[in-house]
Design a protein around this ligand. Structure first.
Ligand SMILES: [Zn+2]
Length: 299
């Protein structure tokens, strides 16, 4: 438990760094460019340079009741939200994967789990951090920075590489689908790295067609590249369920906004946040969701 709290606090600190990346991003420079991320943080209104005790993730926001200490301007809820999500990623991803792969938390923290497993957990934590950045930036600017999608592809190569390595070298089947036994819903035609490659190709082609049909207004090319990356990360059939969930959630969100009059039919809605939400749901609750779906029909 203590170790998960420490991981959460570490995640808060990373979340604080992600806020800097998100808020200083504009598409003219690489998101990680040094000139952008260096330099002290200051209040967005009065430009006062923040002292160290105003930079403590989450705590500073709570103690200052979400206001600048100098000019009292209300600070964006993005700060504590992204920080908290960072903490949840760092603690929640290992917690979930431990139970998914049958590794005890004690074994995990005393470093007696197989060494490849730490690489796998690290890769998924990395992927979810990139997901967080993509979601926040697409929400704000309707852009998915190419460098972030490229990092997701890198994570996908690492994760599919692990699955291939474990199946070949360790001679044991590797649980690659988060749908577990419900993988049979859409039979997997390939194992290991080929399954991930198939997910990437299916995701890419499907979203490419959508983007051509909607002439890039509904689905942009950034979403097509993101579909390739998420397909590579999750493989087949998980990419199919992720896509369905993201359309359902995105559709409900748009209808909801129209009903309350906040959006019109022609207004743009960023798609990446829903895509990431679908991926998150399949990762943590994949088999429960499919099981619940079949439960409705009494199967
Ligand atoms: Zn201020």
């Amino acid at each position: 438990m203590l170790y998960f709290i420490l991981l959460f606090v570490l995640g808060l600190a990373f979340g604080s760094f992600f806020n800097v990346l998100i808020l200083r991003y504009d598409s003219d420079k690489n998101i990680f460019s040094f000139s952008r991320i260096s330099g002290r943080s200051h209040c967005p209104k009065c430009k006062t340079t923040l002292r160290w005790f105003e930079l403590l993730p989450l705590f500073s926001f709570l103690i200052q009741k979400g206001k600048c200490r100098t000019c009292n301007v209300k600070l964006s809820y993005q700060y504590p939200l992204v920080e908290t999500l960072g903490g949840m990623i760092f603690a929640g991803v290992p917690l979930f994967l431990n139970s998914f792969y049958g590794i005890t938390n004690q074994a995990f923290f005393s470093f007696v789990a197989p060494y490849w497993y730490y690489g796998l957990v690290g890769a998924w934590v990395f992927v979810f951090c990139i997901f967080l950045l993509i979601t926040a930036i697409d929400f704000r600017l309707f852009i998915i920075p190419n460098e972030l999608t490229a990092l997701l592809v890198l994570g996908g190569l690492a994760i599919s590489g692990f699955s291939a390595f474990i199946e070949k070298a360790m001679m044991m089947p590797f649980r690659t689908s988060f749908l577990e036994q419900y993988i049979l819903v859409f039979p997997a035609f390939a194992h290991g790295i080929w399954n991930h490659a198939m997910g990437a190709i299916v995701g890419f082609i499907f979203f490419l067609l959508l983007s051509l049909i909607t002439r890039g207004r509904g689905i942009g090319f950034g979403d097509v590249k993101l579909a390739f990356a998420i397909g590579l990360l999750f493989g087949w059939p998980d990419i199919a369920i992720i896509t369905m969930l993201s359309f359902i959630i995105g559709g409900l969100w748009s209808v909801g906004l129209m009903l309350v009059g906040a959006k019109k039919m022609k207004d743009r809605v960023p798609f990446a946040p829903f895509f990431v939400l679908g991926a998150l749901l399949v990762f943590f609750f994949g088999s429960a969701i499919v099981k619940g779906y079949f439960g409705v029909f009494g199967l």
